[in-house]
Design a protein around this ligand. Structure first.
Ligand SMILES: [Zn+2]
Length: 120
């Protein structure tokens, strides 16, 4: 894999910044849904279970957004410090096409496969 040139790096930085604001907005919307269910509300049992389930799902996706948001922040910091685009596992350049598809990724495709097959 070849290293990123200036223009590719700028493009990925913009992608990451867009991603950061989108994820931030999604998380804020999620927070409204994940608010505690008021069990004293005069709603039926089924409705309450629906509400709890909805709340659970909202929390799960909120955690997902939070996690991804941290990865995006780490990637942006790596751009600033000049070590963006290298695999955290093997140190190889990750490659522009993969970064373009998932700019917050920290591993090259081979290491990602290894990590996932280990179930980590
Ligand atoms: Zn690697």
């Amino acid at each position: 894999m070849t290293e990123l040139d200036e223009q590719q790096l700028e493009e990925l930085r913009r992608n990451l910044e867009t991603l950061r604001s989108e994820l931030g907005a999604q998380r804020q919307r999620g927070e409204a849904n994940a608010a505690p269910v008021d069990v004293n509300l005069p709603i039926g049992r089924l409705t309450r279970m629906d509400a709890l389930q909805q709340q659970h799902m909202a929390r799960a996706s909120q955690e997902g957004h939070g996690l991804r948001l941290r990865e995006v922040a780490v990637a942006l910091a790596a751009i600033d410090s000049g070590d963006y685009g290298y695999c955290r596992q093997c140190g190889e350049a990750i490659g522009f096409p993969r970064l373009k598809a998932r700019p917050e990724t920290r591993y090259c495709i081979h290491c990602q496969d290894n990590i996932e097959s280990r179930g980590a």
